[in-house]
Design a protein around this ligand. Structure first.
Ligand SMILES: CCCCCCCC/C=C\C=C\CC(=O)SCCNC(=O)CCNC(=O)[C@H](O)C(C)(C)COP(=O)(O)OP(=O)(O)OC[C@H]1O[C@@H](n2cnc3c(N)ncnc32)[C@H](O)[C@@H]1OP(=O)(O)O
Length: 727
């Protein structure tokens, strides 16, 4: 838990030991405190070094224990940090790997801090719905001043050793032998006065405009937080550091921590943290999993198509230091693509430069632009990223099947199309897989990885490992129209549009959804994505356009309710932001400010009149419930269909791909917190009122879970019906 040893004659070394990240469980904290007391009592020890096992200082408090914390629990970690600072002998932190959260708080209790050049430090608690609660909000501002402390504590960002040195968090950087160098320093400073090294005794550096800085920070975090409480509470704790003596500031920090811990948001954010890690451990319905499959190395990759998605994918691959071949169909498109990729890479390099990272990502030798399919002969993996046209994709895969080496993995970037149909035209269907990137692909963290019927475990392991290499979160899902993300999006958007028919304005629906915490409501999202995308898909499905059978009623498709509103908008050229008009009016084509549009109000009134719809007032509760519960209902069906293997998969997809607010934990976690019987009863109510909307009829799996007494979320999948044995 914490090993105590002597280094040389006069230095004691305490090594935190709790694989894999030296989380500070109560046993570790207790052992650390014992080590510090032992060193203090031993007259032959003149100085102490604290370090972590396995090249990591500590990733902070053990998050798994938070759910069992009681309001009256003693803050053992904070007491230990104080104990370290009060030591009569100099204590040096030797930081390797990470010192995060409670780990950094331990380091701030030390009198000196040495870090390896690759080490990262930070206070990520805000991302877990809490705040640093072992006196970190009181020590950091005293060490680095209010503006920098506000930045680090309210964003949770990790900083590399170079930036930490600049900020004054650490005293020295070393390239190797961090612990040995810390031992040398400890020996050197033993006997020197410790008072000036104790951060709690320092005043917070004063600034003439302190009040204004704090108020501006509050306005900024409130605007960004979208209902998240922890950033605001972090500011209150930092304000206490400015206004109160250290001990009173610590009391305030503890009070705010207790409040956050009991708020429910902390539970949701901590669930999301573990869900993100759980999805890496994928399983197929056959039982094959990450444990037995191994990924193949990818040295050289190709991207076909340099449209918006292709450019982002190329940028991601280049950033991950792969050799990349970028292929287009004609010289003009290739030149446009090359220019776009180059500017994306320059932008990425300048961002990395600002954060002190090396920026050798733009090495042109690693990136080849070509019109020649022959250049794909030796690549290990291809990502086809042309637009959503099945015939075109099949033509490309037929070609790839003959040109690429037999062991190459073939990925299709699609948001909805059938992976099996594409795989069927190749000679190696087991090496074909869907990789659904989200736009902009070099920014968005999500990668939906879609297994086809024949996709091999090695292909899955390779695609999941690619996601990690690209610094993305890969989630393995099954093959169905829209997979997980877009399949759930469809009933959500459908409800939003039906609500317009019934009397809402786009901004009313968007406000309700944004008030819940989404970055964008459905109509702003549709305008951003382009209304023509859905139009093309509906035409393909024969829901509108030339394939629609003559005489089909305007608002009905196969006895289901249908709204032609978005089709009408597209017929008018209202494709959204890029056209300057869609559900909203923009200042110009490509403009970003969505303004309510009087034209649309008239259009909606006339539409209702034509179809005999009497507009009614719809309250915020109904707007939210109809949109979100329709989406959640589809999530239950997706679990029952085994398209997602666990609710965590769905939640991670929604948080990273669709802007679901993290402090609400994802749609399935949200359903579990509001209560499955509640979700069921509201769906029952709405489906009775709208019997022609099948997506409001409660999923049989949701009903089953309620009938079973609403078991906790982690047990849901055990109640999914297993496919009947074929033996
Ligand atoms: C009620 C009043 C009581 C008053 C008492 C108050 C007491 C509280 C005092 C202080 C509170 C301090 C707060 C904290 O310190 S909160 C923790 C802050 N730290 C973090 O948020 C860091 C989280 N971890 C990470 O960011 C990464 O894991 C990282 C360390 C960067 C390593 O990344 P990577 O190499 O990619 O590895 P994984 O993320 O996959 O992690 C490996 C496994 O380790 C588990 N893990 C990681 N961190 C923790 C942690 N802090 N606690 C528990 N477990 C952790 C992770 O889940 C992986 O596990 P598994 O392999 O099972 O999936």
């Amino acid at each position: 838990m914490a090993q105590y040893r002597r280094a040389g004659a006069a230095v004691a070394v305490i090594r935190l030991h709790n694989a894999p990240v030296n989380a500070l469980s109560s046993a570790v904290v207790q052992a650390l405190a014992q080590g510090v007391k032992k060193a203090d009592l031993d007259p032959s020890v003149k100085a102490v070094v604290i370090c972590g096992a396995n090249g990591k200082f500590s990733a902070g408090a053990d998050i798994r224990t938070f759910s069992s914390l009681q309001p009256r629990d003693r803050p053992a970690l904070a007491e230990t940090v104080s104990l370290i600072e009060r030591s009569q002998k100099p204590v040096v932190a030797a930081i390797e790997g990470v010192a995060l959260g409670g780990g950094l708080e331990v380091a701030l209790g030390c009198h000196y801090r040495i870090a390896h050049a690759q080490a990262r430090v930070g206070f990520p608690e805000v991302l877990l719905g809490i705040l640093p609660a072992a006196e970190g909000t009181q020590r950091l501002p005293r060490l680095i001043g209010i503006p920098a402390a506000l930045d680090l504590i309210t964003t949770g960002r990790h900083v590399l050793a170079a930036e930490a040195l600049k900020l004054g968090i650490i005293d020295e950087i070393v390239k190797e032998n961090t612990v040995e160098r810390a031992i040398e320093l400890a020996s050197k400073v033993s006997g020197q006065p410790l008072g000036p090294r104790k951060i709690s005794l320092k005043p917070v550096p004063d600034l003439p405009d302190m009040e204004a800085i704090l108020s501006e920070a509050l306005v900024k975090v409130k605007r960004k937080a979208r209902g998240r409480l922890s950033p605001e509470m972090c500011i209150q704790a930092i304000k206490a550091a400015v206004q109160l003596p250290f001990a009173e500031g610590v009391e305030k920090e503890r009070e705010l921590f207790r409040f956050l811990l009991g708020s429910g948001q902390a539970k949701a954010q901590q669930y999301a943290f573990f869900a993100e890690r759980a999805v890496e451990k994928w399983t197929m319905p056959s039982g094959t999993s990450w444990k037995t499959a191994s990924a193949q190395p990818i040295r050289k990759a190709a991207v076909i198509g340099l449209g918006t998605m292709g450019r982002g994918i190329v940028t991601s691959l280049v950033k991950a230091k792969m050799l990349v071949v970028a292929l287009e169909q004609d010289q003009k498109q290739l030149d446009i693509g090359r220019e776009a990729v180059t500017s994306l890479l320059q932008w990425e390099a300048s961002k990395m430069q600002q954060s002190g990272q090396s920026q050798d990502i733009c090495d042109p030798a690693r990136l080849q632009f070509t019109l020649d399919f022959g250049a794909l002969r030796d690549v290990d993996l291809v990502i086809e990223a042309v637009f959503e046209d099945m015939a075109l994709k099949k033509e490309i895969f037929r070609k790839l099947s003959t040109i690429c080496k037999p062991e190459a993995f073939l990925c299709t970037n699609t948001s909805a199309l059938d992976i099996d149909e594409i795989a069927a035209v190749t000679s190696h269907p087991h090496q074909v897989i869907g990789t659904h990137f989200f736009s902009p692909a070099h920014v968005m963290k999500l990668l939906e990885v879609i297994r086809g019927h024949h996709t091999s475990p090695t292909t899955i392991a390779t695609a999941m490992s690619l996601a990690k290499t690209l610094n993305k979160v890969g989630v393995l899902v099954g093959n169905c129209f829209g997979f997980v993300g877009n399949r759930m999006m469809a009933p959500y958007v459908e409800q939003a549009i039906f609500l317009l028919e019934e009397g809402c304005k786009p901004e009313e629906v968007d406000q309700a959804v944004e008030g819940f915490g989404f970055h964008m409501g459905p109509f702003r999202m549709l305008d951003l994505a382009g209304l023509d995308v859905g139009w093309r898909s509906r035409k393909g499905q024969g829901l509108t356009g030339p394939k629609l059978a003559p005489g089909t009623p305007a608002r009905q498709r196969e006895s289901r309710r249908y709204s032609p509103l978005p089709d009408f908008l597209c017929e008018q050229g209202r494709y959204g932001q890029k056209a300057g008009k869609g559900w909203y009016l923009y200042e110009k084509p490509g403009g970003r400010t969505a303004n309510p549009d009087p034209w649309l109000y008239n259009f909606l009134s006339e539409y209702r009149e034509t179809h005999g719809i009497k507009a009614r007032f719809v309250d915020q509760e109904e707007i939210l419930e109809r949109c979100l519960y329709a989406l959640i209902n589809e999530g239950f069906q997706i679990l029952a269909d085994r398209i997602a293997s666990a609710p965590e998969d769905i939640d991670v997809i929604y948080i990273y791909g669709y802007g679901w607010p993290t402090h609400r934990g994802g749609p399935m976690f949200h359903a579990s917190t509001v209560g499955l019987p509640h979700v069921l009863s509201r769906l029952q109510k709405y489906s009775e009122a709208h019997p022609d909307i099948p997506k409001l009829q409660p999923s049989p799996f949701l009903k089953k879970l309620v009938a079973l007494g609403s078991p906790p979320l982690r047990e849901w999948v055990s109640h999914v019906r297993q496919p009947s044995s074929k033996l």
